[in-house]
Design a protein around this ligand. Structure first.
Ligand code: ATP
Ligand code: MG
Length: 343
């Protein structure tokens, strides 16, 4: 934790697709709330890939990241076609950001959901598993993806989940994997979960197979508290959880590791609506709120969170949550940001 009085340097990546639109809106809100930050922009993603850099990130950007330890990043598009490595995966792995923390809670009735009391934190392992994208071709007709799971990796993420539950006064941690089929890889994750859960008798713990777990998340999400899971399952269930609470456009996330922390929306670059100026900036804004808390600027974080909640309560909604809601006004990205700033 960094002292509140100190200006914190933040590395900003405005991303691709809707990235620049939502980043602009979020930075305006941070400025209006007088967040004590100084920003340094880096260019990563699509343009860098298309210039012939297969990693999507160059030396200059790495240097900026190594000088500063906090990143606010908008979603990035990895171009289709082989040879382009996912920059999200590269950043998470290179920086050792082993935990991806994704809180989602219902804001019913201001954002309608069937589950007014849902309040879930998905804690997703961030470096291993199929999501590492280690694939190769065995023959022209047979391809392979390597699922690597390590004991240290499992221990780090599971312990993080229980420590998180303890710190935030959460009551239960649920493990979701598929160890009845993947007995070695998911089996190791589950074994480590049981070992570490035993060290936290004050926190309730249980396990579910990921398929029924996902089904229950879509039908009885209010029964869940903290969920710890491996990388790919975590990607999938956090979209389910966020959309069930209202919209994938609402949730933010913290990528936590050793020295660096990276904050981003849980959603992708939404190319289908890029440039239309209708994207919901809330996911990236919630990521920025998590970032402000991380650097010790909790008052600014609270101010922004309250202004954002009041905006939603006043029925000012972006298109993704407008339909079926008690909305008074459908607005675009910039007008939504203006409404937050006004409040
Ligand atoms: P990724 O693999 O990068 O996570 P994805 O395939 O999950 O990408 P997203 O880019 O997250 O896809 O988009 C999924 C859907 O949600 C799209 O229809 C998109 O328009 C919508 N969406 C995502 N983010 C927002 C947002 N901030 N505001 C409005 N709609 C959004
Ligand atoms: Mg996605």
């Amino acid at each position: 934790k960094i002292q509140q009085s100190q200006t914190t340097k933040i590395v900003i990546a405005e991303g691709d697709g809707i990235g620049p639109e939502i980043m602009k809106a979020v930075l305006r809100i941070l400025k209006a709330a007088k967040a004590n930050i100084e920003t340094e922009s880096i260019e990563i993603g699509e343009q860098v890939y298309l210039s012939g850099n297969s990693a999507g990130i160059d030396e200059k950007a790495w240097e900026a990241i190594s000088k500063n330890s906090v990143i606010l990043k908008a979603p990035i598009t990895t171009p289709q076609g082989k040879g382009y490595k996912s920059l999200n995966v590269t950043l998470r792995k290179s920086l050792g950001l082993f935990a991806n923390v994704r809180p989602v809670s219902a804001l019913h009735p201001y954002v309608k959901t069937h589950f007014p009391n849902m309040d879930i934190v998905v804690i997703r392992e961030n470096e291993e598993d199929l999501y590492a994208g280690i694939e190769h071709k065995q023959t022209d007709d047979v391809v392979q993806c390597l699922k690597l799971i390590t004991r240290p990796g499992c221990e780090k993420i599971v312990r993080y989940a229980f420590e998180y539950a303890k710190a935030y006064n959460r009551k239960k941690v649920t493990c979701m994997v598929k160890d009845n089929i993947m007995k070695l890889t998911d089996g190791l994750f589950h074994t480590v979960f049981k070992e570490i859960a035993a060290e936290y008798p004050e926190i309730e713990s249980n396990s579910q197979i990921i398929d029924i777990g996902s089904a229950k998340l879509a039908t009885v999400p209010e029964e869940y508290d903290v969920i710890v899971t491996s990388n790919l399952y975590g990607d999938i269930i956090s979209d389910i959880v966020a959309e069930t609470a209202g919209s994938v456009g609402m949730a933010g996330s913290a990528n936590i590791g050793g020295k660096v922390a990276m904050f981003e929306a849980i959603h992708g670059s939404a190319p289908d609506i890029a440039g239309l100026k209708i994207a919901n900036p809330s996911g990236l804004l919630n990521a920025a709120i998590l970032m402000l808390a991380h650097i010790g600027q909790t008052e600014v974080a609270d101010t922004i969170k309250n202004a954002w909640l009041t905006t939603l309560e006043d029925g000012i909604h972006t298109a993704d949550i407008f339909q079926g809601n008690i909305s008074k006004k459908k607005v675009g990205t910039e007008a939504f940001a203006d409404a937050v700033i006004e409040r």
